[in-house]
Design a binder for this molecule. Structure first.
Ligand SMILES: *Cc1c(COP(=O)(O)O)cnc(C)c1O
Length: 350
């Protein structure tokens, strides 16, 4: 049975009451035929981009909804998932009063977005195997806690969270739970969006920046109840996705065969990299990964990071993150790039 969730109790009243900006292209949407558009003060001389983009991204939404198996009214498209995450905080959290819970080590943007919006933050670190501590999270909830943010598979550790723990949070926390699935395409765990109808307080975010190879276009999505999506749509900037991004994404998403082959290669390369890196004596531990990167613990992260950099290989030292002392995060590259990494590692002093 679906959980009870009363959006009007959780969203900021001023966002629910907001009268959204109505753009010219919102009022009149026909794009074909003999129409003369004199409504938006555009330059009338045709180039590829002289007209404002579709504010509702209708055609692109149709493609993504088919791809992700959701309805179009359950889908919000943002200028990267970073915009989507920002909209969620602004829709639900009152500045200087409300707060979110995050579970470090986690994606850095949640804290930055909370700070930008003057929203408080409670940190409930993951355990040493980088799994959620659901009881501690629920204990940390206060009357001002509006949302819990986490990513699964997790960045920077790479593992997906135990589904029972996520379910426990969905069932026992009445506010918004944001499951950031930026790396969902690299894991066998199903997307939580499949459970959306049971949990009206769930917002799943995904991105076209990772598996789909479109980081430069800036396209992220939220999948949630049509009620939550309608609220987020009201507060999004009207023309948040430019026309070139909409067009390019439609073309790229038509070719799922290439993307799927690339995902399969990334997963097999991840396995190979883990095996090869494990052989080096200065590699202390390779954490299990459901993503397109590996977190590895080494003898001295600052030293190894610098040595690899001197060989023109750029990794990310994550040592400053909770439970990540001497940890380096390495993205899975092409087979050739991974060979370069292994060769560079072989040349490092023991
Ligand atoms: C890379 C990443 C994103 C992607 O953000 P975009 O703005 O869509 O590029 C989101 N969440 C996590 C956890 C990530 O690692």
């Amino acid at each position: 049975m679906a959980k009870n969730f009363d959006l009007s109790q959780w969203a900021r009243p001023e966002m629910l009451a907001l009268k959204p900006y109505t753009s010219a292209r919102d009022t009149f949407t026909a794009t074909e035929g003999e129409w003369t558009f004199l409504d938006a003060n555009e330059n009338p001389n045709a180039t590829a981009v002289n007209r404002y983009p579709d504010p509702n991204q209708t055609a692109l939404k149709n493609v993504i909804a088919n791809l992700r198996g959701c309805n179009e009214d359950q889908l919000l498209i943002g200028n990267g998932s970073d915009e989507v995450l920002d909209l969620i905080i602004r829709a639900f959290c009152k500045p200087y009063k409300d707060e979110i819970i995050i579970v470090p080590p986690t994606y850095g943007m949640y804290a930055v977005l909370a700070d930008i919006n003057s929203v408080g933050m409670i940190k409930v670190p993951l355990d040493t195997t980088f799994q959620l501590k659901p009881k501690e999270i629920l204990d940390a909830v206060t009357p001002n806690t509006k949302a819990i943010f986490f990513c699964s598979p997790n960045n920077p550790s790479g593992n997906a969270f135990n589904p029972d723990d996520i379910q426990m949070l969905l069932e026992n926390f009445d506010g918004i739970i944001v499951v950031d699935e930026a790396y969902i395409d690299f894991t066998d765990f199903p997307s939580w969006s499949e459970k959306q109808s049971n949990y009206p307080n769930l917002i799943v975010t995904q991105t076209l920046s990772k598996a789909f190879g479109l980081a430069g276009l800036r396209l992220g999505i939220a999948i949630a109840s049509s009620e939550i999506i309608a609220l987020l749509k009201r507060i999004k900037p009207p023309y948040n996705i430019n026309s070139l991004s909409q067009q390019n994404a439609m073309e790229a998403l038509r070719d799922t065969k290439t993307v799927n082959a690339q995902i399969a290669e990334s997963i097999s390369e991840r396995k190979r990299l883990a095996q090869e890196l494990n052989a080096f004596s200065w590699v202390v531990k390779i954490y299990p990964s459901d993503a397109n990167f590996l977190l590895i613990k080494v003898d001295d992260a600052a030293k190894r990071y610098k040595e690899l950099l001197a060989l023109h290989i750029v990794t990310r030292d994550r040592s400053s993150q909770e439970n990540c002392e001497n940890c380096i995060r390495i993205s899975v590259g092409t087979p050739q790039e991974n060979n370069k990494l292994i060769a560079a590692c072989k040349s490092l002093a023991v």
